[in-house]
Design a protein around this ligand. Structure first.
Ligand code: SF4
Length: 233
């Protein structure tokens, strides 16, 4: 029997990136070893067997939430692409595709997993900026874009000028690999306890202007609408 480690399954409106505003069903995996210091879902880090669900349970929950109206799924985490998740993730994606769901996967930018990426409809691939204290390989990002730029966006959480410059540097490094016009989305970072990072938001917009507007600056609207700590929204 296929089992998965699942933190939560819920219906909500996409709050960030180029699909912002679209209702979808989120399937959030439990377990992540990447360790971004500014992670806003640290409760998903433990590979805790208490979160085990069968594939049938997961698909049934998705179908109940869908009511055949919402046919878009976002698979997120945690890190759904951690090697220990891959066999069950593949089974889940196959099942969702067989039921005609549009499937997006949130990729942390640390692995390119061909078996999964070939099957899904869209890949949101992170470029980890210096403030996360996790490194995204520019070479791996280039390899990813050579193969998947027809169905991808790159997302970077930006805290300051150093983060912006690192993203700009990566953008130039991989530019030749981008066969399509891939959207790069900058997400101004929230610091712990902040209600809304207005100054940082404006700073990122102005940096983008001063660098010739290479990026889209898109905030996390679920945090404005429900507050930065609310879950399942
Ligand atoms: S990859 Fe995602 S879940 Fe894992 S630490 Fe980074 S932000 Fe958090």
């Amino acid at each position: 029997m296929t089992t998965l480690l699942i933190n939560s399954i819920y219906r909500a409106t996409e709050g960030e990136g180029i699909h912002i505003g679209i209702p979808q069903i989120f399937v959030r995996f439990q377990g992540c070893h990447i360790g971004c210091v500014n992670c806003d879902t640290k409760e998903t880090w433990d590979f805790d067997p208490a979160f085990t669900k069968s594939l049938d349970e997961v698909v049934e929950t998705v179908e109940v939430l869908s009511q055949d109206i919402i046919k878009r799924i976002s698979i997120t985490g945690g890190d759904p692409l951690h090697p220990s998740h891959i066999p069950s993730l593949i089974e889940l994606v196959k099942e969702l595709k067989a039921r005609n769901y549009y499937v997006n996967i949130e990729a942390a930018g640390t692995r390119v997993v061909k078996e999964v990426f070939d099957m899904v409809d869209f890949i949101s691939y992170d470029f980890k900026t210096p403030s996360t204290q996790v490194r995204t390989s520019k070479e791996l990002l280039g390899k990813f874009l050579e193969e998947y730029s027809h169905k991808a966006q790159i997302k970077a959480v930006v805290s300051d000028k150093k983060d912006f410059e690192a993203t700009y540097d990566a953008f130039h490094f991989v530019k030749a690999s981008m066969k399509n016009d891939v959207p790069w989305c900058l997400t101004p970072c929230y610091e712990p306890g902040e209600e809304f990072p207005m100054n940082r938001f404006q700073h990122v917009i102005k940096l983008n202007e001063s660098f010739g507007l290479p990026f889209r600056v898109i905030g996390q609207q679920h945090k404005w609408a429900f507050g930065p700590s609310e879950r399942l929204v």
